[in-house]
Design a protein around this ligand. Structure first.
Ligand code: NI
Length: 134
């Protein structure tokens, strides 16, 4: 069953929200609000319940930094159960992109991403996970 509810919101915030949903390509406010609620609930559950998640960790790094390729490979071997696949793309002469596909407890996946982020030579890490069960 679908429920309807009213939301009180000031003009300025609503204007920002309408710009946001236009940028994101939503047709209706309802659709955008539903997605934001789902995202908030998933994020909360990731923090509170440490569920099983699937996800990707995307890493941009400078392969000319001494030892970085070995350190990244070593880290992946340390989490052999969680790391299901890795795709490597040579971006340009200096930079590499690696997408690591992960599966495991949310806290462990977060730890892998954190360890990649703190590595010298790693420029950017984008980390995205989702639960299999809603
Ligand atoms: Ni490369």
């Amino acid at each position: 069953m679908i429920q309807r509810f009213g939301v009180s919101i000031d003009d300025a915030l609503l204007k920002k929200f309408d710009n946001y949903i236009e940028r994101k390509g939503y047709i209706t406010r309802s659709e955008a609000i539903r997605d934001l609620i789902r995202e908030a609930l998933i994020n909360e559950s990731l923090e509170m319940e440490n569920p099983d998640v699937f996800g990707t960790i995307t890493v941009i790094y400078d392969h000319e930094v001494r030892g970085i390729t070995e350190r990244i490979t070593h880290l992946q071997h340390s989490f052999v159960k969680e790391i299901r696949a890795a795709i490597h793309v040579h971006v340009d002469e200096k930079n590499c992109l690696e997408v690591v596909i992960v599966h495991g407890k949310a806290k462990i996946i977060k730890e892998i991403a954190d360890r990649l982020m703190s590595m010298r030579g790693v420029k950017n890490v984008k980390f995205q996970v989702t639960k299999v069960e809603p």
